[in-house]
Each structure stands twice: as structure tokens, then as C-alpha cells.
Design a protein. Sequence first.
Length: 60
Amino acid sequence: MVEVKVNSESCDGCGTCVDTCPVEVFEIKDDKSVPVKPDECLVCRACEVQCPNGSIEIIE
Ligand code: SF4
Ligand code: SF4
């Protein structure tokens, strides 16, 4: 079971995670990233690496 956490304090809604994730885990809602399909996560960690604000944490 993978947990996809977004820190909504530091997320600025840039959309990089939406563009980066190969399986469309994220959507932008009200200028914040929301992990809408965390069960799809492949634990590739691209989103963690690419987020400019370090707002994403993938927990296995
Ligand atoms: S890449 Fe980071 S800052 Fe940008 S929308 Fe995603 S979580 Fe927010
Ligand atoms: S770790 Fe990979 S598959 Fe999982 S949410 Fe991030 S980019 Fe998507």
C-alpha cells in the first residue's frame, strides 16, 4: 500500500507533478495538487524529484 502525500502548505499548484506522473495520480484542484488516484502509483518517485517545492512524499 503506497501513500502519496502532498504538503498543501508548500504546494503552489505549478502542475509539474501532473505532467510528470506516468499514471495520472495527480489533479490540480483550487491551485493545489491532489493525489486522486494514489492506488495507481508505481513508486517511480519522479514526482518527488521533480516537485520544485519538495511538497510530495511517497511512502511505501
Ligand atoms: S509539482 Fe509540487 S508544487 Fe507543483 S503542483 Fe505538484 S506538488 Fe504542487
Ligand atoms: S511516484 Fe511516480 S507513479 Fe507515483 S505518484 Fe509519483 S510520479 Fe506518479
